[in-house]
Design a binder for this molecule. Structure first.
Ligand SMILES: NC(=O)c1ccc[n+]([C@@H]2O[C@H](COP(=O)([O-])OP(=O)(O)OC[C@H]3O[C@@H](n4cnc5c(N)ncnc54)[C@H](OP(=O)(O)O)[C@@H]3O)[C@@H](O)[C@H]2O)c1
Length: 234
């Protein structure tokens, strides 16, 4: 297993836990995946160790709560680079070897936000719409090469996401999201099951899955009306 994130100290703790519990080989790479140079360094480091991903999980992603006009450009840029460019580049870097082996799975972590335009999370939702759309097309392109592509579209899950997306420390996000929250273990377990079943897309959690099914039946004009009149999140 290869773990990648910016906080190398946390990666080492996680790696030690994975090795202790499962007796597997774990490699850690400290890298900022929003940075093209660091993505290339990661690919070179894996190549040097002859490591080819059989399952590439593009999970790293960030949000930014608040209106677009008030956003700091550096945060917007980082979000675009990580959520879209980084994910796309990593697939592009590792795909040739996966195709050579004629096997593999790409798991792209999207969001239920990919389904609707979201005021106060406008760029984030748009990046996730990109992830879901790209994943669906790629899945069809790669079918003949025996590479599966799954997009995971969670609703709210308690992680570090909210804290990282807040613009000011301690900012509370209002709304009905708590009602839809599922434990992260459930999100992961349902995603792995979907991967085993070669599903194209999964909305973990029954309530989120029902909302997703409902959204697909609602015309855009009604979605506009709902989004314009719902309580603001921030
Ligand atoms: N939590 C939710 O409610 C929710 C709902 C729908 C979708 N999602 C999606 O789920 C995915 C995982 O998020 P999460 O909820 O687990 O949030 P999280 O707790 O903030 O985790 C984000 C992960 O991405 C890594 N990361 C962030 N920026 C990075 C960068 N520039 N380079 C490398 N790694 C980076 C972080 O590690 P470092 O900080 O150490 O780099 C961390 O491991 C994201 O794509 C998110 O959009 C989350």
């Amino acid at each position: 297993m290869v773990l990648v994130a910016r906080r190398g100290d946390l990666l080492s703790v996680l790696a030690a836990e994975l090795i202790r519990r499962n007796g597997i080989e774990v490699h850690c790479f400290q890298a900022d995946l929003a940075d093209v140079g660091q993505r290339l360094q990661l690919a070179a480091a894996l190549e040097e160790k002859s490591l080819v991903p059989d399952c590439l999980i593009n999970n790293a992603g960030v949000g930014d709560y608040g209106t677009f006009a008030d956003a700091e450009w550096t945060r917007v840029e980082n979000m675009l680079r990580l959520n879209m460019e980084g994910l796309t580049h990593l697939i592009h870097l590792f795909l040739p070897k996966m195709i050579e082996r004629s096997s593999g799975v790409v798991v792209n972590v999207s969001s239920i936000a990919s389904l609707v335009p979201m005021p106060d999370l406008a760029i984030y939702a748009a990046t996730k719409a990109y992830v879901s759309s790209f994943s669906e097309a790629l899945r069809i392109e790669l079918r003949e090469q025996n590479i599966a592509v799954l997009s995971v579209c969670p609703g709210p899950v308690h992680t570090g996401f909210g804290k990282a997306a807040a613009r000011t420390e301690g900012e509370q996000i209002k709304g009905v999201r708590e009602w839809f929250c599922i434990p992260k273990e459930q999100c992961v377990a349902e995603s792995i099951r979907a991967m085993d079943l070669d599903r194209a897309r999964i909305f973990p959690g029954l309530k989120v899955a029902l909302v997703a099914a409902g959204i697909s039946l609602v015309p855009l004009a009604l979605i506009r009306l709902i989004m314009a009149n719902r309580p603001r999140r921030v």
